[in-house]
Each structure stands twice: as C-alpha cells, then as structure tokens.
Design a protein around this ligand. Structure first.
Ligand code: URP
Ligand code: ZN
Ligand code: ZN
Ligand code: ZN
Length: 459
C-alpha cells in the first residue's frame, strides 16, 4: 500500500459509508478494514471521499470564433483539478479540409506535455467526405469513441443533415456515440440578422435570437435522424423544458437518446445578458441561458436521472480582448463561458438545497459521464481496481466565488459573488496528490491520454 486515506466518508453513486481507502500503484487497492499504522496517509476526517469529477465538455486551447482561447491544456486542466475534476474530454476539432489524423496530431501537441489531469477527445467533424468517413470508422480503435457535430454556426462548424446521418451510420458500425450541438442554425441566424437590421445590437439579443424552439426543433430532428439510422445519440448542453420534452418523448419510444446540461443553465438566466456596461457579453453562450422555470425543470431532470450529467462547456474567451470584439454587434461576441473549475462546487449547492442527493451528485459529476463515455470502472467510481482519482470534499468549507481566487487564465467568472458551501480540498490523480488545500501541487504533463471503450447502446 502506497497511501491510505483515513477517517473519511466514502461516497459513490450507489452509497455512503465510513471507510479508509488504501492505494497501491495508482489504483484503489482496499476499501475498509485495517491498514498498517506507518503508511503515508491523508486525514479525511469530516470530509467525503469521492471519485474525481469527469467533465465531458471542455474547449481547451480552442481557436473557434477566429480567436485563441485564454486557457490552454495547462491552465485549463490545473483549474479543473483545483475544482475537483480529474478527467476532461476535450473537443478535438477538425479544421476545414483537414484529415482527422492531422486534427488528432494537433490536439496531441496541445495536450501532450501540458495536461495536469487525464484527458480524452471527442472529434468534431466539420467536413465529411469519403476519406473522413473511412477515417471516422478507425477512431474507436484509437480510443476516440465519440463524434461531435454542430447543427448551428453556419460558416464555422455547421453541418447538414446528410453529414449527421453519415456520422451516425459510421458511429453505429464502429461503436461510437454521436454528440450534437442541437440548434437550428438557420433559424438562429435569421433572427439574429433581423435584430441587427433593426439596430438591436446588444448582447441581450443573442438570447432573443435563439429561443427554445430553435433548440427543441434541432433536438427533435437530431433524435429522429438517430432513430432512422437505428442508433444512439447524445445531445450536448440541453437548456430548456421544450427540448427536454423532445428527449423524454424519444426515451418513451425506446430511443437511446441522452443529454447533458451545463452548470450555467442551472444558475444563469437570459436576464444576465441584459447586465449593463456590456457585462451581458460574459453570458453570451449557446444555447443561451433561459428562465428560472427552465432551471427548475433541469434540476428535476437531473434528480430523476433523465439527464446524464452536468458538464461545463468551458470556453475561455476573455471579457477584455475577446468578448469586446462584439461591442457594437453581438454577432461578433465569441460564444462560450468558463466553468471547468466552478462546476463541482456549483452543482454541489443542489445537495445543500435538497435538489439532488449526495449520491446523485457523485453520479452526475463522475459516474454517469464515465459510463456513457467508455471509462467505467477505470474512472468515475471508488472500487478496488479503479484508478485512484479521488477528491477529498469538505462539505463545511465556505467560499464566495471570485475570479482572483481561480486558477484558470480568465478575467471573469460566470459565478462572481456566488456564495458556496462545500469545496474540494485535496485531489489525487492515479494515487498521486495533485491538489492540497485547494492549491495545485502537481506537474503539468502528468495527465495521460485516455483510450476510451466503445459505446454500448442501452437498448
Ligand atoms: O457558446 C458555446 N457553447 N460555445 C462553445 C461551442 C459550443 O457550442 O459548444
Ligand atoms: Zn469545410
Ligand atoms: Zn455547442
Ligand atoms: Zn461546447
């Protein structure tokens, strides 16, 4: 045994129990029972001992929106670690005309010597041709078992239904899961351009140009296409009751349709885009934040396990230098907001408020994402043989979120001023302590690329 975590309360998706944990060779080797007294130990008295968070939606070192994100793999994954996340699945983006092999080599060069935690890739497909179609089929052999397509952002990432059908077809054959950004891009662009023509150029019109129907139409269409191909589908960043209805209808038909929501949709509303002095630009992401009523519906769907996980959709566009490109025209504001560091502490407030249970919290932020994305039981749980990716969570620690205390490279937090109770104190990555008392003490580059298992449909 290399290390013992003593006196803690172990929390998994299936239960809570007081037990000491023994770690050997980077894995959990013993849960409960006796350990030699002289072993190196971490005292977790008064704390929960839970699996490291898994964030399946990050955009690190992104060059979307003709810009360069503030967070690269080093700052982004250090921030993740300090927030209690030990695995991210980042979006590896195909550039127009690029082969998928080149896209992957590009992401390897971004992540390789910088990642502070383990990481995998979803591949974003923007151009489909015969060669890309063939290449897609080989990705699961390389441990890349999810393909992402955008139904919005014409001129940047948007694909047509034929491309989505082909991706679904190849995913079904090769054992991958297709993820979609479900918004009707043309409808959003129509409304957007109409507002600007009327002189309505403030950030708030970003929200008004992407109403719920823009999202729910594409959600229903994406699910229908998956159903026609006869395969599974995963909708990223689902935000509203309207889209959730489409998901539930599909589940009732027996379709293996899944969705995530993101932290921002649980805490922000479209009124945040109306904050004065262009502050609303901080909350320009797609789909936009909705209403308090939608938030309630999303929390219920999380508690009822209709939604699989809460991811961050971490995008690090600075307020000064990136967002202000759209000072006179909201269409030029890069879309996205940060949150990889705040995700667990924010979702945990749902436990404090009685919206979700402690075990549901662990399931939502760690276990389900590991299961859906082919990492379970190596990741996402506390079990003998699993990687010792462990968070020691102090449920009594209090903190008022402020950007100056964050570890990312951003100049704002979406949750500035939000008081939270319950924080990750210490973090272990494969048995090695990388965060102590909320301070990063690891070595960038020690994160490893994760070869994920093929997707196994639930029906
Ligand atoms: O506004 C967002 N979400 N930006 C990131 C790209 C995406 O759509 O996920
Ligand atoms: Zn292209
Ligand atoms: Zn998206
Ligand atoms: Zn995203």
């Amino acid at each position: 045994m290399d290390l013992v975590v003593r006196n803690g309360t172990v929390v998994t998706a299936s239960g809570v129990s007081k037990a000491d944990l023994g770690i050997a060779d980077g894995r959990i080797a013993q849960i409960g029972g006796d350990f030699a007294r002289d072993l190196p130990a971490i005292d977790a008295a008064g704390c929960f001992v839970m699996p490291g968070g898994i964030d399946v939606h990050t955009h690190l070192d992104s060059t979307d929106f003709n810009t360069q994100s503030a967070d690269n793999f080093e700052t982004g994954t250090i921030a993740a670690a300090c927030g209690g996340t030990t695995t991210v699945i980042d979006f590896c983006a195909q550039a127009h005309g690029q082969s998928l092999a080149d896209a992957i080599a590009n992401w390897d060069s971004k992540a390789g010597d910088k990642a502070a935690i383990d990481y995998g890739y979803h591949i974003i497909i923007v151009d489909m041709n015969d060669a890309v179609f063939e290449e897609l089929g080989t990705l699961p052999e390389k441990g890349i078992t999810s393909f992402k397509l955008f139904m919005a952002y014409r001129g940047m990432n948007m694909i047509d239904d034929v491309t989505l059908l082909k991706a679904l077809d190849q995913a079904k054959r090769s054992g991958a899961l297709v993820m979609v950004h479900a918004e009707n891009g043309d409808a959003a662009d129509y409304l957007r351009d109409k507002f600007v023509a009327e002189g309505k150029t403030e950030p708030y019109y970003h929200a008004l140009s992407r109403p719920s129907r823009v999202e729910s139409e594409a959600t229903a269409r994406a699910i229908a296409l998956a159903e026609i191909v006869g395969t599974s589908i995963y909708v990223v960043h689902l935000t509203c009751a309207d889209a959730l209805d489409e998901l539930i209808r599909a589940k009732r038909r027996g379709v293996d349709a899944m969705a995530e929501t993101c932290t921002q949709y649980l805490y922000l509303t479209k009124e945040d885009l109306a904050r004065p002095d262009f502050e609303g630009a901080k909350f320009v992401f797609t789909p936009p934040a909705r209403t308090v009523e939608d938030q309630e519906v999303l929390w219920d769907a999380l508690a009822n396990r209709v939604l699989e996980t809460v991811s961050s959709d971490h995008c690090s566009w600075l307020f000064k230098g990136h967002k202000d490109k759209g000072k006179d025209d909201f269409r030029k504001i890069p879309n996205g907001a940060p949150g990889v560091e705040e995700r667990l502490m924010m979702v945990y407030q749902g436990v404090n408020e009685g919206r979700i249970s402690l075990t549901e919290f662990v399931d939502l932020v760690a276990t389900r994402p590991a299961q859906v994305f082919g990492m379970f039981p190596k990741k996402g749980t506390i079990a003998v043989g699993s990687d010792a990716d462990i968070v020691i969570w102090d449920p009594e620690a209090e903190f008022t979120i402020t950007q100056s205390a964050m570890n990312n490279a951003m100049d704002y937090s979406s949750y500035e001023g939000h008081a939270v109770k319950g924080l990750p104190r210490d973090v272990l990555l494969r048995g090695k302590q990388i965060v102590r008392d909320r301070e990063y003490i690891g070595t960038p580059g020690e994160g490893e690329f994760l070869r994920r298992d093929r997707y196994v449909p639930r029906n």
